[in-house]
Design a protein around this ligand. Structure first.
Ligand code: 13P
Length: 256
């Protein structure tokens, strides 16, 4: 079986100032100083906290990510941040198409595709977030929603450009609700996503691409989720805000 390095990522959303983020980073690095057993960690603070943690994290097992980007390199786009700006701020990853951006800020699959293209061009590893709502799941539309988000989000991008892409399956009904998808539901969705990548993009890419699960991940449920063959990591929201809790999720292989 293909070896995929597990990635445990923290999406801080709109939480923490620069000084709070620096304090967090110091504490997290201390907690992970014994090593991460082959697991890669990443935190995605708000834009204003990126520079406060970039130097602290450089050379550590914790990578830096941003939560969003604008598809243009520069221009008259008041309030926006471009991919080259994120690279210069020390980011390696960037989240694209998070359900909160889709639902609250009108982000479309077309916009997502432009952002993925811009991220890859600048040398960032995009984390494409997809997932169905409760209504869509109840209507039996989970697979078709995932299929559409994948197809439209990746349309026209050649496999060679997508080697660094990460996918995060985040069922909207599981985000911030305390209602985690079961490991069986997660595995089913991840296997489906992998099969769609094999069919629509490339078999080799389907084997190497990392698919993370997001939605009420906690220290208590990470090990079971990670035991599923197609789960390659997690995108953690609320439980990533405390370095103790997040470090326990990163170190999920350790018995506590
Ligand atoms: P929670 O872990 O708080 O449910 O958030 C998940 C999420 O949206 C990560 O991107």
């Amino acid at each position: 079986m293909e070896q995929r390095t597990p990635l445990i990522a923290g999406n801080w959303k709109m939480f923490k100032t620069g000084p709070e983020a620096a304090d967090y980073a110091r504490r997290l690095l201390a907690l992970l100083s014994g090593g991460t057993a082959g697991v890669e960690a990443m935190i995605a603070p708000p834009f204003t906290a990126l520079s406060a943690v970039a130097d602290l994290l450089a050379g550590s097992p914790v990578a830096l990510g941003a939560q969003n980007l604008h598809p243009e390199k520069q221009g008259a786009f008041t309030g926006e941040i471009s991919a080259p700006m994120l690279v210069a701020a020390g980011c390696r990853y960037v989240l694209v198409g998070h359900s909160e951006r889709r639902q609250l800020f009108g982000e479309t699959d077309e916009g997502v595709r432009l952002k993925i293209t811009a991220a890859l061009e600048a040398g960032l590893d995009p984390v494409l977030c997809i997932g169905e709502t409760a209504t869509e799941r109840e209507a039996g539309r989970t697979f078709s929603v995932l299929d559409n988000q994948l197809k439209n989000g990746l349309e026209g991008l050649i496999p060679d450009r997508l080697r660094k892409l990460v996918i995060a399956y985040e069922p909207v009904w599981a985000i911030g609700t305390g209602k985690t998808a079961s490991s069986a539901q997660t595995q089913e969705a991840h296997a489906y996503i992998r099969s769609q990548i094999a069919e629509g993009v490339e078999i080799a890419l389907s084997k190497s691409i990392r698919i993370l699960y997001g939605g009420s991940v906690k220290a208590e449920n990470i090990a079971e989720l990670m035991s599923m063959p197609d789960v390659d990591g997690a995108l953690v929201g609320g439980a990533s805000l405390d370095p103790d809790t997040f470090s326990r999720i990163v170190l999920y292989q350790r018995p506590w």
